[in-house]
Structures are given as C-alpha cells and as structure tokens.
Ligand binder design. Structure first.
Ligand code: GTP
Ligand code: MG
Length: 418
C-alpha cells in the first residue's frame, strides 16, 4: 500500500545515528553487565572460601551490579526530545502533526492546547493516553475523542499528558523522537515551572512564530529564560503560516528578509546560542497546515500539491522538508552527545573501579600466598590446592577484566566517533 511505501525504514535518515549509537551502547552495557555478574560471583566465592575479600568490598562490588542495571534501564528509555513553543494559534500543534504526517494533536483557532502534550512511540499497535499521576491507559480511537479527552480532564496547564502512538505509523516515532507540545507562551504565568518540568532534558527547541506578525516579547522572554538554564540550547525558528504571504507577493521578499534578520539577531546577538552561519540554517518559512494536508494527500496516493493552500506551494513544501532534515541532524547529534557521552563515561568509571579493585585483590592474594610459603607452615594439600586454584582464577579474572575495560573503552570511543 502507499502507507508502507511512506513509512519504510529510511536507512539514510540522520536519526539513525542515534538509533545505531543507542543499540551499540546497549550491547556494550550488556557485556559489562555479564562481566560484572561473573566477577561478583567470583568475589563472593573469594569471600566465602578464604576471606581475602572483606564484607565491605563485597558489598561495594555488588553495588556495581545495581549501578550497571540502572544505567541499562535509563539507556533503554533514552530518546530524542523536541519541544515546541510559541504564542497561541501560531501553529505549534499543526507543525507537530505535519511532522507526524497525521492529524494527531488537536489544532484549531483560539486557545486549543491547554496543557503539555507529549507524543511518543508505542510498540503495541494501539494508541492511548495517560495523564500525569495516573496509571490508567485511556484508549484513543480518533482525533475527536483525543481532543475531548484532553478537554474533559481538569488539567493544569503545566501538567503533562502523554500520548502513545503506534510507532509503525510514523518514522520519527519509530526512530525514538518524542514531541512535546505546549500551550501558548502568552497564556501562562508559570514559564519557570514549564522550563523546569518539561524543558531541561529537551535536545531541540522549536519556536513557532506567526509569519504574519512579528516575534513577541513573551516568546523572546521564554527563550531568554531557557538559555539561562541550559547552556547553548539548540533552537530552530519556524516562521509559520507563510502561505499567507502569497496574497501579497509584492512585499513577500522584504517581509522575509526582515523576519530572517530579526530571527538571526535573536539567536546570535540576544541569546548568543548560535553563530551567524548556524543561525542562518535554523530559520525557516513554512506552512504547517499546508504540509500536513499535502502529506495526507500523499498517503492517499495523490500528488502532494493537492494539499496546497496558495501559490508557491512547492517552495514552502521543500522548505519544510529542509527544516526536517536539519532538525534530524541536529537532534540526533545532540542526543548522542549529551546522553551517551554521559553513559559511556559512567561505564568507563565503573569498569575502571572494578579493575583497580581486582588489581588490589590480586596483590593481596599474592602477598598472602608468599607469606604462607615463607612460613612453610603445615598447609594441608587441600588448602594449598585451593590457593593455587585461586591464584589462577584471580589471574584469569584480572586479565579478563583488563581486556574488558580496554574493549569497552575502544568500543565506546569508536561509537562516539561514529
Ligand atoms: P494553541 O494550542 O492554542 O496554543 O495553538 P497552536 O499554536 O497549537 O496552533 P494550532 O496548530 O492549533 O493552529 C491554529 C490554527 O491555525 C488552526 O486553525 C490551524 O489550522 C491554523 N494553521 C496552523 N498552521 C497554519 C499555516 O501554516 N497556515 C494557515 N493558513 N493556517 C495554519
Ligand atoms: Mg496547540
């Protein structure tokens, strides 16, 4: 069907950098976990048999098992997060729907989105939503029902509704991108809470502006606060509703250059989050509503321009795709860096700690053995046998751990470089 053609895995997508890195790091941690478990069993045996290892050491070693398991769990849940902000009705929900190629989030005139909505991929085939503080899964059959569910709930504007949507319906969800929609920045007084609760772990921010007017103070202020709390956030600016400019072709170019200049100044001179060149690649002129319509037509097997709202559709459609490409590159690189660099340095430190602990134990056994031999005491064959065996096993273990640490370090650096 045309659907499968559209949602076929796209190996060339920049998002695959993240997906592959996540898989690699997961595999590496799987190996680390095996080593840690094996070593712990061995350490416990040393404790039981010869008391070479004391209780505190044994407990410390066991704590690595939990540490590694905890990191693995976080790793499984790692995703790329993009958050959308802007004034009411600028088209934040529409932009997300256009990217998801389906009308998932309610959009409409007036103040529509009244709390934070997060759209994320779900492995099962069903769509459902969950509100904050409740474990109940509310089934979602269609957009109307979703809109109703969102309205009926007495939701605080800074609370979060999570919408789980079948992964196979959208490539971005399949590749672990999570979308966060927000109420208009002009309708809230709790912007600080918003940032603390929903923004600190976002990899990319998208400021959705209305190209028919100009950036407002509320929008600027919001991003000033974001960039105070986060060092160099990745910000994209979409001048949405650009289809409206088609009705005034005589001033289209001048409006475009005025907006572009202001947006670039905002990113470079005011927020100081980008240099001139990068900022130039972060500002786009699009029509979310039109893009969504075009994609819905495409899914039906029709040519995309059937969704056109005005003259100049092709240029706007390309610009939206260009935005998506740059966005995908940026988010996957940023997420790999911030998330996996942290995990790999933790992994390195755990394996490093294990290495030095084992070195230490090995040394102790050697001393212990020499001492016994010097004393030439009446060692029974059994104890001697055990000791020799122990030496052997410890040496093997030590070698193994050393190889593992080197292997892990090499793999992690390779994965990060890639
Ligand atoms: P709130 O949730 O209220 O903060 O608004 P929002 O920013 O999510 O805007 P929403 O996506 O609900 O869009 C508001 C209205 O503008 C809807 O009726 C959309 O269909 C329309 N709209 C969104 N994007 C475009 C666009 O690019 N061009 C045109 N002509 N209309 C658009
Ligand atoms: Mg909305």
């Amino acid at each position: 069907t045309s659907d499968t053609r559209l949602y076929q895995p796209n190996a060339k997508s920049p998002l695959q950098i993240f997906v592959r890195a996540k898989k690699k790091i997961n595999d590496i941690y799987g190996e680390i976990e095996e080593y840690v478990l094996e070593t712990t069993t061995f350490i416990n045996a040393l404790h039981a048999e010869a008391e070479i290892v004391d209780k505190a050491e044994r407990e410390l070693f066991e704590s690595y098992v939990y540490k590694v398991a905890a990191i693995r769990e976080v790793l499984q849940r790692d995703h790329m997060k993009v958050a959308f902000f802007g004034r009411t009705s600028n088209g934040k929900s529409s932009v997300i729907n256009a990217m998801l190629r389906e009308k998932i989030l309610p959009s409409g005139i007036g103040h529509t989105t009244n709390c934070f909505c997060q759209v994320e991929g779900n492995d099962g085939g069903e769509a459902y939503l969950m509100t904050e503080g409740s474990a109940e899964k509310l089934n979602v059959v269609n957009i109307k029902q979703l809109a109703n569910a969102l309205c009926q709930e007495k939701l605080c504007e800074s609370s979060l509704v999570r919408i789980f949507w079948p992964r196979e319906r959208c490539r971005l969800l399949r590749d672990d991108v999570v979308f966060v929609d927000s109420p208009g920045v002009d309708v809230s007084a709790n912007l600080d809470d918003w940032i603390d609760n929903h923004c600190l772990n976002a990899d990319v921010f998208v400021l959705v502006l209305n190209a028919e007017s100009t950036m407002t103070r509320a929008e600027k202020q919001f991003f000033h606060t974001v960039s105070q709390k986060l060092s160099k956030p990745n910000i994209f600016i979409l001048n949405n509703r650009w289809d409206a400019s088609a009705s005034e072709p005589e001033c289209q170019e001048s409006v475009k250059s005025q907006h572009t200049e202001r947006c670039i100044d905002f990113l470079t001179k005011e927020l100081k989050v980008s240099n001139e060149k990068e900022a130039g690649e972060r500002v786009f002129f699009v029509s979310a509503r039109e893009t969504l319509q075009a994609r819905i037509e495409e899914a039906k097997g029709n040519p995309p321009h059937m969704g056109a709202l005005a003259e100049g559709f092709q240029i706007r459609y390309f610009e939206f795709q260009d935005f998506e490409r740059k966005f995908e590159e940026c988010i996957s690189q940023s997420a790999v860096k911030t998330k996996f660099q942290q995990h790999s340095s933790r992994g390195k430190s755990v394996s490093g700690d294990m290495r030095s602990m084992l070195d230490n134990i090995y040394e102790r056994i050697t001393i212990f053995r020499n001492l016994k031999q010097d004393q030439k005491t009446l060692l029974t064959d059994r104890i001697q046998g055990t000791e020799t065996q122990m030496m052997q096993v410890t040496r093997d273990m030590k070698l193994k751990i050393h190889t593992m640490v080197e292997e892990v370090e090499e793999k992690v650096s390779k994965a990060l470089n890639e």
